[in-house]
Design a protein around this ligand. Structure first.
Ligand code: PLP
Length: 464
């Protein structure tokens, strides 16, 4: 959205807030708060200058980490609401935005097929949301362990440390998904209280086999927590006749006991917006020992009573609410088409990589995260160290291309993950550094062959 249009909308929105403010007697801001407008301009100019020390996250050629600006509607709604600065800790700190939070949480829960009543709220981040889910999990199984895979986000290990819960790390297969034989063996010990399944691992975007995990874990009396911080919104593409992502994985999500999804990742929101959802609202009792509520569906329930955090930005709820009013959580309009572009970009890129003789996929992308590596130009078996150094060279060269920089990321995989796809490798070191790219912007679909072409060009120019 261009600046003029954005400012036009913002002007209208702020005028609405001013109309509300003008219902109270006018007063002058205290003079201690006054700043010379010339000084403000100077500082903002310097800020603009300092902010140039960033990678161009907004641009389609930034295809590195999970980063992109929020939707303009989210920025408008956030800025308007920030003028009031409500606190969603309690209804008297922000009634309007607390009600919006309930509405958006209900929509997130419906996206996953959770039946009413359920329980959930927004959080500052996926980390806090996971902490809460596992805190409740420990409350339900106080003496049992929490199992998560070696590809799960590092937060799960840390949370176990904080909660003083025994962690059990599950092995993954070559595609980065929980190995079911290992899970069955772990469950058979009887020590696992909760299994964490990740839908969209942070590294490779892998989808754990949730259908099987739910079946095995529930049969063993264990809870299932789904960390869908990154991948959760892709549930929208797991429906219909020709689902763009694995429908079995997401189909079982409604049977999970808790789910984490980050609107600040694929939900077009500014940072500070995660969410945790519980299928059974009765877990609310774990939040407050002396709570007067035994069944957590009261319409007047303060969000602070079911949340680990106290103060939280009401503006986050408003931004997500406004975004979902404009872009609903549906497959065929709103969010679905946005996500399907990113998914199609990954599929198209995977086709290009498969067709090239210098690049290899580590694994087929299940969402919109690519992991791949380059081979040396000579045809005899490459060493692991050679592949790693080609990764470093390409990462560097593409980013420093003076004409048209391309920003990628790197990721470390081990022998087990790579030897099935590329048995020829000579393992002179135990891990290999590969290229990783997150194509989470819908604009990347139309430039994916150029992105691919840039990598090939650098590979040829460099020789290797
Ligand atoms: C990003 C991510 C997290 C951590 O969430 P933050 O919002 O960065 O705190 C946890 N799990 C997964 C799978 C993630 O992708």
């Amino acid at each position: 959205m261009d600046r003029e249009t954005f400012l036009g909308h913002l002007n209208r929105g702020l005028a609405g807030i001013e109309r509300w403010e003008s219902g109270w007697q006018a007063f002058a801001p205290d003079e201690t708060l006054h700043v010379d407008p010339v000084r403000i301009d100077e500082v903002l100019d310097r800020l603009a200058e300092r902010l140039t020390d960033n990678f161009p996250y907004f641009h389609p050629r930034y295809a590195g980490q999970m980063l992109k600006p929020p939707h303009p509607v989210a920025m408008l709604a956030y800025t308007m609401t920030m003028r009031i600065n409500p606190n969603n800790h309690a209804l008297d700190g922000g009634a309007a935005t607390s009600y919006m939070e309930r509405e958006v949480v209900a929509r997130l829960a419906a996206m996953f097929g959770f039946e009413e009543p359920n329980l959930g709220h927004l959080t500052a981040s996926g980390t806090i949301a996971n902490l809460e889910a596992l805190w409740i999990a420990r409350g339900i199984h106080p003496d049992k362990a929490i199992a998560f895979s070696d590809q799960a986000h590092y937060t799960h290990g840390r949370v176990c440390e904080m909660l003083r819960v025994k962690p059990v790390v599950l092995a993954t297969d070559a595609d980065g998904r929980i190995d079911l034989a290992g899970l069955e063996a772990a469950l058979a010990t009887g020590e696992i209280g909760t299994v964490v399944a990740t839908l969209g691992t942070t590294g490779m975007g892998a989808l754990d086999p949730l259908d099987d995990i739910v079946r095995l874990a529930h049969a063993a009396g264990a809870r299932v927590h789904v960390d869908a911080a990154y991948g959760g919104f892709f549930a929208l593409l797991a429906t219909g006749d020709a689902p763009l992502v694995n429908a079995d994985r997401f189909g079982a999500i409604a049977s999970a006991d808790s789910i984490v999804v980050d609107p600040h990742k694929h939900g077009l929101q500014p940072y500070g917006c995660g969410a945790v959802l519980f299928r059974d609202p009765a877990v609310g009792t774990f939040y407050q020992h002396d709570s007067p509520y035994t069944y957590f569906t009261s319409d007047e329930l303060h969000l602070g009573e079911i949340s680990f955090e106290c103060s939280r930005a009401g503006a986050s709820a408003a931004a997500l609410w406004a975004t979902l009013e404009c872009l609903p959580l549906e497959r065929d309009r709103g969010f679905g088409p946005v996500l399907s572009r990113t998914r199609q970009a990954a599929l198209a890129w995977a086709d290009l990589i498969r067709a090239s003789n210098r690049l290899r996929l580590v694994t087929e992308p299940e969402l919109d995260i690519m992991t791949f590596f380059a081979l040396p130009s000579r045809t005899d078996a490459p060493r692991a160290s050679e592949i790693s150094s080609l990764t470093a060279t390409l990462f560097d060269r593409t980013m420093n291309d003076p004409d048209d920089p391309l920003y990628l990321a790197t990721f470390t995989v081990n022998q087990r993950q790579l030897e099935t796809v590329y048995p020829e490798i000579i393992w002179d070191q135990s891990t290999v550094s590969v290229l990783r790219s997150v194509v989470m912007k819908p604009e990347q679909l139309s430039v994916i062959s150029e992105i691919h072409g840039t990598i090939l060009r650098h590979l040829e120019e460099y020789g290797g």
